[in-house]
Structure formats: C-alpha cells, structure tokens
Design a protein around this ligand. Structure first.
Ligand code: ADP
Ligand code: MG
Length: 703
C-alpha cells in the first residue's frame, strides 16, 4: 500500500488493491465512490463458517452450508435440447453430496477434482433418491493455509454480499477487509450528544466493522434479520440524518408566511352549499375541514389528500377551490394526462357552472391563439380557475394572484414539475391528491414534510366490485358477462396493456382487439377504441359519447387508468392482467363500481403465469381496499419498485430498508424532532446540511 496523505472515509475507492480504474468506474455507476460508501454496502446475509454442517447430517429442506473437496464433475445432457446439467460431487469426512447446476456448464472449469469448496443453498430430495443442492451458491477455497483466506473467508461468520460491479464474492470480502484496515477506525460519530449512549449503540467505526465481520458471539439469526446493535446503528445514522433534514424543512415551512390570507364566513359557506350536488360523507367533511383550516392558516398549506379510487376526492378539491376563489385568489388544478384534465374540467364545469367564477382548460392540445388569450386572462385576474396538464407549467403562463395549487395523482409527476407549478405563485397553498395510497409504513418517509388527510369511506350505496381472474381459455364466459350487462343497459371497458418498450405492438394489440370485438364477437354493439395517440378532439368526442351512453364497449389502453368517471359502466375487462402491477390493476378496476349497480372486473391472463403474478391477481379477487392493496404491493415489490423511480419522491437509502426498519424510522423521527427543538441552527450550518441532504436524498414532498 502506498504511503501518502492519511486516508479518510472520503478517499476514492480506487485507492484499494483490487479496484483499478475500470472497477472504480463500475462502482461509481453503482453509487459507490469513496471508501465510506463502499463500506456502507452491507452484506445481504451472513454465513456461519466456524463450523459447517457435516454432509452426512443433511436433510431435505435444510437451508445450509457445507464444505468439502470436489470428487468429480461432469455434464449430463437431458432430453430437452439446449438444457444441460453440471453435476459436481463433493465429499467431506462424513459423506458425499451432489450439487446440480442447471445450464451453467461453464462452471466445469472451476470445479476441478481436489478443489476445496463451500456450497450453500437448500437441500432437495432427488426424485431418483438421495439428496442434492440445486444451483447452490458456491465459493472456491484456496489453500487454507494461506493466512488471509483462512481468516477472512473461513472459520468465522462470513459476510455474503449482493453482487456489486464485477467483484467476485471473495474479492469483495477481501477488499472490505482491506478498507476496514485503512479507515476502519476513522468514522466520526455524528449523532447528537447522548443518543448513542441512550440507545446502547456502538461507535460508528465499531458498527461498520462489526456489520461486515461480526464478532463470534453474535447470533446468526439476529444478523440475518439486521437486528444487531451494530447494524441498527448504521441504519439509525442514515434515518436520523434524513429525518433531521425533514424536520429542518418543516420548521422553515412553518415560519414562512403566506402573502395572501383566506377567511371563511357564512356567505362562503352558503356558496359552497349552493353548488354541492350531494351530501358529503363523514370523511369528506372531515378532510375538507382539515384543508380549510390549512387555508386559513398563515403558513402555506402542504397537504396530501389520499383516498381510494371513487372515494370522492374531486368534490373536496372543488370546494377548496371555491373557498380560495371566494377570497379573490386564483386556483390551478394540474392533472397528469389530457384525458384526465378534460374530465376534471367537465366535473368542475358541472359543479361550478352556476357560480360567478370563470374556469378554462389548458392542455398541450390548446391552440396557440387560445393559449395566449388564457394566459392574458390569468395574468390580469379575469380568469379564476385553470385546469390543465403540464402545459400549465409553460413560461408564458403567469397568474395575477395564484392562491391554491391542486395536483391530482401526484405520483405521476416529477418532483421538479410540482415545484415549478408552486413557483408560479409567491406562496400558494398546495394540495396534492392521490388514489395510490402510501402504506402507513412509508408515509413517514415519503411525505415527511406533508400533512396527510385520508378518505377511507366510499360514497353511500356503493357495492363492492366482484373481481374474478380467469385464463384466456375462459374468454367466452367473460364475453357472456359483457353481453348480459349491456342487455341491462350498462356499459363495459376492455383494457389492453400499454407498456413503454413496445408501444407500437401494444397499440396494434388494442386495435386488433377492438376489430375482433366489432367484427366477430359483438357485431351489433357500439364499440369505440381510445388510446394516447388519438387526437384530443377525437378522444373528447369518444369520451363524450361514452359518458352519455352512446358507446357500449370502450376498448382502451391504460390512458383511462386515472380519473374517468362513468357510473353506468359496470364491467371492466383487463387483458393480459399479469402484465400489470397491483396498484395499477386496482386503479383500472376503480373505473367501475361508481354507481348503485353491481359491477364486475374480469382479469384475463395467459395460461401459464408466474406464481407471483397469480398471487397478485388473487389479492385483487379478495380485496377492494386500496390501502390493503398498497401494503401488499409494497411487500411484494419492495420499496424501490413500489414507486418506480427516484423522481417519484422515494428516497433511496444505502443501509436502511423502510419496510424492515420502519420502527427505527419512527425512532429517528422522534430523536430528530427532539434534537431540533429549541435549537438555533445557523444559516450557514443549515445551508451545508441542506446541500448534503438534497444530494443524498433528492427532493421529497411538493417542492
Ligand atoms: P376519486 O376520489 O376517484 O377522484 P371522484 O371524485 O371521481 O372519486 O368521485 C367518484 C364518484 O362518486 C363521482 O361520480 C362523484 O360524483 C361521486 N361522489 C363523490 N362524493 C359523493 C357523495 N358524498 N355522495 C354521492 N356521490 C358522491
Ligand atoms: Mg379522481
């Protein structure tokens, strides 16, 4: 190792032996540039290699490791073409066991007779008798007398890492060992005074060392559940920093005063009652009260309104808009798609049509001349409410006095877009609405600086949707269902998936589906096709036709996923349902069940689908509750995939897992709040911390 300046946690990884320029580049792409970042890649699991199980004692279904010497290694062809099995026989003092590697013939070069190996995996019963490991994890053990290998890879609890860049398991372990030697005792403890002692945590340096190479006495089971104090300390450090940043932001937000003020009096209450088309449910009334209280507060509102599809969020938003407008403020409502913006616009017109306020629609399809006119009216204050898409964000759109921004289906917008709309007013109140509820375990993380209102209750008279999953083979039954509903005067949706990679093909599938239905299955019915490529004027025409009952079956791609509201539609058929995620299926299903009649949802899937797809469809058959479904979705997919991208506001943690460690997140929040209370953080410190925080977690919330 070279001499030179003292190494610190910030030293580039390339300093390490085994990490050359190429590997350093790969690691950087995986977000690992410094020694500290490298050491924060914690093991995925741990293996106890102090003692191995003896081969003679293996039983089917054991999940375990053995070590031994390769006796023989050979390729066995099978009856299936292109499918070959590599069989390796391994022996210890007590007996022999076989390891079978499917289609990994290249491993042949590794398993030379006499080679020492570790095998780890599930023990399976062979159909022909005896037991074997199938596709086990393996590691070659070099000459055990080599001092290093003897202490790093064997004879202890050994860390097993997720594959990182092109590091082999052993190289990874060796490099970690080296990095710990270099900077292992230089990590600073940044938790506030007393917290470490109170929680009984080891120092950060000790925590990092022990999370990689645990001491002997630690229970393997605790390690693998990430429950040791060393591991928890590292998770806590990360969560604490995250929550402290949020707490700081919250405090700043509270200290900001709005430039406008909102009051509610009897005249305004009467105006609201006047437009109300039905009695609000208890939950709607409750959330409205929360929103109005925010509006009348001196600090700008930052509130999330969660409610399942069909729970009636729109009317709540409309009433909030009315309150703002009665206070001489302008309102902007932004939707993720044109179709949805159009729908919102028509609901708003229906409700507010008789009020004294002007409202208009602005989307990408609005002609330039019209857009200029709207921009002028917004600028001079003669237009009070604008509904639109991203088009609202264009530079030429400015407001006289934007008081309230409402963002629908906010998970569809990037954080930057939300912030851009907010920036159009000086300090507008912001209400975001979503029908994809954030599971409770995540709310604290994702919406750390947002207040949350929930609508759980559905409007009265709704019947739960009956959902069935069927393979394509049962297609005729589903057509019979459509037929009988149409005979009762109801309408149906048939949705075909639209997945980015093969948009053209998907579109073709939707087009063919509609042709097939028109020509062969329902020649006498009125069928229309709608998708994102159809010009908005034509789409509006078709939607209008569907809303007014002039279409029996609407074949659509997922453009209808959000917002479309046609209570007379009682059948939702989803083609290739296995291609959708749970939350999306639930959203689609929510297009029906909006009236007083029994509605049905049929999930059609291929004849052979994966177990996980089958499980997803089963969840939908069994539950209509968006909150339950969101939890299940999160459990099935993990926090990373649940939100898809960083853009959607989900911070990425290095060490912590918001599901596994959610109790720690709560504790971190309490500690952070307590730490900040009554403390003066200098502007300089705050800026420094914020910079680091944004770099680390990106923006969260509504910007
Ligand atoms: P979402 O929360 O999915 O946006 P909507 O606001 O579109 O739901 O409401 C779904 C349907 O329920 C609409 O047809 C709406 O008019 C109706 N609705 C909402 N609230 C009530 C209520 N309190 N009583 C009766 N119908 C209601
Ligand atoms: Mg809606």
């Amino acid at each position: 190792m070279g001499v030179g300046p003292r190494k610190t946690p910030d030293t580039p990884v390339q300093y390490l032996k085994g990490i050359g320029p190429r590997r350093a580049t790969e690691l950087a792409a995986a977000g690992v540039e410094t020694l500290e970042e490298f050491l924060l890649v914690l093991p995925r699991r741990y293996e106890n290699r102090e003692t191995f199980q003896s081969i003679a004692s293996l039983k089917p279904n054991d999940l375990t490791g053995v070590t031994g010497v390769v006796l023989s290694c050979g390729v066995r062809p099978t009856r299936r073409r292109n499918f070959r099995i590599l069989e390796v026989a391994v022996e210890d003092e007590t007996g022999q066991v076989r390891a079978a590697f499917m289609n990994q013939v290249f491993l042949q070069d590794l398993f030379k007779p006499g080679q020492r190996v570790v095998l780890y995996g599930k023990v399976e019963q062979r159909r022909t008798g005896g037991i074997q490991f199938t596709n086990p994890e393996y590691e070659l053990i070099e000459d055990a007398s080599r001092e290093q290998d003897a202490t790093i890879h064997m004879g202890r609890i050994v860390p097993i890492y997720e594959k990182l860049a092109s590091l082999t398991p052993k190289l990874h372990r060796r490099v970690v060992h080296q990095a710990l030697k270099v900077v292992g005792d230089t990590f600073e403890d940044s938790l506030p005074e007393g917290v470490q002692e109170r929680l009984g945590y080891p120092s950060r340096s000790q925590a990092i060392a022990e999370s990689h190479f645990p001491q002997k006495a630690v229970a393997l089971e605790e390690l693998n559940r990430f429950r040791t104090l060393a591991q928890q300390r590292l998770v806590f450090d990360e969560f604490f920093f995250f929550q402290a940043g949020l707490a700081l932001r919250r405090r700043e937000l509270i200290s900001v005063k709005k430039h406008h003020s909102v009051t509610v009096n009897d005249r305004i209450r009467a105006a609201a009652l006047e437009v109300l088309p039905f009695r609000l449910t208890g939950d709607q009334r409750l959330v409205l009260k929360e929103i109005v209280s925010d509006l009348t507060n001196p600090a700008p509102m930052r509130r999330l309104l969660q409610g399942d599809v069909g729970s009636g969020k729109t009317i709540v938003a409309i009433l909030a808009a009315l309150v703002a407008m009665e206070n001489n403020l302008q309102v902007a409502l932004m939707s993720p798609t044109e179709l949805l913006a159009e729908q919102h616009f028509s609901s708003l017109k229906q409700v507010l049509g008789r009020s004294r306020f002007g409202l208009s629609l602005l989307t990408g399809a609005t002609p330039t001349r019209e857009r200029q006119r709207l921009a002028e009216q917004l600028a001079d204050g003669s237009l009070q409410l604008i509904v639109g898409t991203h088009a609202l964000l264009q530079e030429d759109v400015g407001f006289q006095q934007l008081g309230l921004v409402i963002i629908d289906e906010q998970h569809r917008f990037g954080v930057a877009q939300r912030a851009a709309l907010g920036a159009k007013g000086s300090t507008p109140d912001v209400l975001v609405m979503t029908a994809t509820p954030i599971p409770r375990t995540l709310a604290l993380t994702v919406y750390g600086d947002l207040a949350v209102s929930n609508i759980y209750e559905l409007p009265p008279g709704r019947m739960p949707i009956v959902t069935i999953a069927r393979s394509d083979v049962a297609r005729a039954d589903i057509y019979a269902l459509i037929r009988s509903e149409i005979a009762k005067g109801r309408q149906a949706y048939v949705v075909c998936p639209l997945v980015d990679e093969s948009e053209k093909l998907d579109l073709k599938a939707a087009t063919e589906m509609s042709e097939e239905l028109k020509s062969r299955i329902f020649p006498e019915k009125r069928i229309e096709l709608i998708h994102g490529r159809i010009k908005s004027r034509e789409r509006e025409r078709i939607m209008h036709l569907f809303v007014t009952g002039g279409v029996d079956i609407l074949v659509a791609t997922t453009v209808i996923e959000v917002g479309v509201d046609v209570p007379n539609a009682t059948v939702m058929v989803i083609e290739q349902a296995e291609r959708f995620g749970l939350a999306q299926l639930h959203q689609l299903r929510g297009r029906v069940g909006r009236g007083a009649d029994q509605s049905h949802c049929a999930l059609l899937h291929g004849e052979q689908i994966s177990d996980s797809a089958r499980a997803r469809l089963k969840v939908l058959e069994q539950s209509n509750d968006g909150f339950v479904i969101a939890e299940q979705d999160l459990n099935a997919r993990g926090p990373g995939d649940f939100f898809g991208t960083r853009q959607s506001g989900m911070p990425l943690f290095r060490v912590g897992n918001v599901i596994r460690d959610h109790a720690l997140m709560e504790r971190a929040k309490d500690c952070a709040d307590e730490w900040l209370q009554g403390r003066d953080v200098s502007a300089e410190d705050r800026a420094k911390m914020q910079e680091k925080w944004e770099r680390r977690f990106g923006l969260v919330g509504v910007g």
